[in-house]
Design a binder for this molecule. Structure first.
Ligand code: B1M
Length: 225
């Protein structure tokens, strides 16, 4: 009789592999997620496909169930940890494309907010596009953003917010840039699940980026101006 030990992800077809990766991420199984990511790459899936279908797809389901009260913070933390285990494998592949440096960006998740997965993805993709990224991490206040822009002579500022209660802080940072006569030095790009174009316009950011791919395209556009 077959037991669970007989399960081998190499026996799965591609759709089943992605589904298993989504499930393992949902269940917060970091080792299994790493194994699934490696298997996707072994089969010739691109790092981007693996990221989008296997990891971001899984996290989307986590988000829906978190919002619906099916999952709670501890389970979501486990899922985030598993996501990071997968991203750690993909990071060098996405970031090392050999392109020459095209500019410098400062990025961080805004004050009061500790969500960093989306921001980390944008950092990875920007690095892959040849942008030097100064990543300030989470819970970043206006002083820290402005100091990093000055010290690194950055042309881009990226801000991430995942909470409706923290997104207004992006406007505070932009006001601070204006007050210190620094607004014309940087293009401000904002992103995060609760944002949209209207909010970006309202706070006078230069662009709203709905995902990491858009963040790369928009950053390249501004850097080539
Ligand atoms: Co939180 N959480 N969470 N959470 N969490 C959300 C955001 C929520 C929508 C869940 C829900 O209710 N469905 C909800 C917010 C509701 C709201 O504000 N209206 C929520 C809540 C309520 C909370 C807490 C308040 C829960 C609590 O404590 N009761 C708490 C807040 C803590 C705090 O920040 N002060 C909290 C905590 C957490 C965890 C710590 C458990 C964990 C974060 C772990 C971590 O990041 N290290 C967590 C997670 C994982 C989520 C969900 C499930 C997933 C977020 C994520 O990583 N998505 C999220 C549900 C959701 O978003 N649907 C949720 C995957 C990621 C790839 O997507 O971050 O959107 P995303 O990034 C995308 C784009 O948005 C864009 O590109 C990225 C890649 O394509 N983008 C940018 C993002 N930033 C960008 C910056 C740019 C450009 C593009 O700059 C140029």
């Amino acid at each position: 009789m077959a037991d669970q030990n007989d399960f081998d992800i190499r026996d799965l077809n591609d759709d089943e592999l992605i589904e298993t990766l989504n499930d393992d991420l949902y269940d917060g199984l970091a080792d299994e997620v790493a194994e699934g990511v490696n298997e996707c790459l072994r089969r010739g899936m691109t790092p981007n496909e693996t990221l989008t279908l296997g990891l971001v797809g899984g996290m989307q389901i986590v988000g829906e169930d978190f919002g619906a009260g099916v999952l709670f913070v501890p389970e979501v933390l486990m899922a985030a940890k598993a996501m990071k285990a997968g991203m750690a494998i993909l990071r060098p592949l996405l970031a090392e494309t050999g392109v020459s440096k095209v500019g410098t960006a400062v990025i961080g998740t805004v004050k009061g907010d500790i969500h960093d997965i989306g921001k980390n993805l944008v950092s990875m993709m920007w690095e892959g596009a040849g942008i030097e990224v100064i990543d300030l991490g989470i819970n970043t206040d206006a002083d820290a953003y402005l100091k990093a822009i000055e010290e690194n002579n950055a042309q881009l500022l990226g801000m991430s917010a995942l909470l409706t209660t923290t997104m207004p802080y992006m406007g505070v940072v932009i006001e601070e840039l204006k007050k210190r006569d620094m607004r014309n030095r940087v293009n401000v790009l904002v992103g995060g699940a609760p944002l949209n174009d209207a909010f970006s316009e309202e706070i006078e950011a230069d662009a709203y980026c709905k995902d990491a791919a858009v963040a790369v395209a928009v950053a390249k556009k501004f850097l080539s101006m």
